[in-house]
Design a protein around this ligand. Sequence first.
Ligand code: NDP
Length: 243
Amino acid sequence: MSLKSIDSVFITGANRGIGLEFTKQLATSQNPPKFVFASHRRQNIQQLQELSLHYSNVILIALDVTDDAQINKAVDEIKLRVKDNGLNLLINNAGICYRATLNTITEEILLQHYRVNTLGPLMIAKSCRPLLQQASAIHGISAIVNISSSLGTFSMDVTGGIYAYRCSKAALNMITKCLSEDLAADKIAVVALRPGWVQTDLGGYGADLTVTESVRELLKQIKQLHLCQTGQLICYTGAVLDW
Ligand code: NDP
């Protein structure tokens, strides 16, 4: 896949952090997509609004990823724009992380993480499937990118704590694997990407990478994506990680 062939991309949680930076870098790239569907929850959207004023390919869409009706409405809006060309790329980026410990974890905190970090991406992938199928029939490939974390793996960094976030991302990793199997025949590549530890509200501002650096490297990986990589967890450096 090359960005040249990405006519349309749908990004969740696009109003700040990594999602906003994806929107910026895609909208301002040399061969920009025709449509950058940047979704948000109607709050803290000044930067996104400014971007859409300067770049007509940035289309704002209201979406809380935990709301099925909003998901269907968002996908209908995308369908109206892309028509029979389908959707080339879905980036499931929206996420939350409350650093709950064994003493502070509650059922509601766990469920909220699953709703946002796990169920949202799955329900959005399900709704976008026909659009992704249309694009892959034209271009030979379309893709779902789930923004995951080393904190959701068994192979790295299991130090205890952060229960809700770790479990929701581990489940997102399994969803990535299952989707990769179910969508292989449709030529829809499904991967989990690890952005590294990034300076955002979620990552904290003492993190290793600026959001610009992380997203630049993530986009490199996305541009190079091949169907044979489906079902992998890929680091922003390009390394394939163990689950
Ligand atoms: P931020 O906290 O900066 O941004 C989170 C984004 O998710 C915001 O746009 C937020 O919107 C959105 N969001 C949260 N809940 C919902 C919801 N219910 N519906 C729609 N959007 C929602 O986080 P990052 O940019 O750092 O994180 C982006 C992704 O990267 C997440 O999936 C995170 O887990 C992952 N990640 C980040 C790392 C890091 O170090 N930063 C490391 C590893 C993974 P709103 O403004 O409305 O709250």
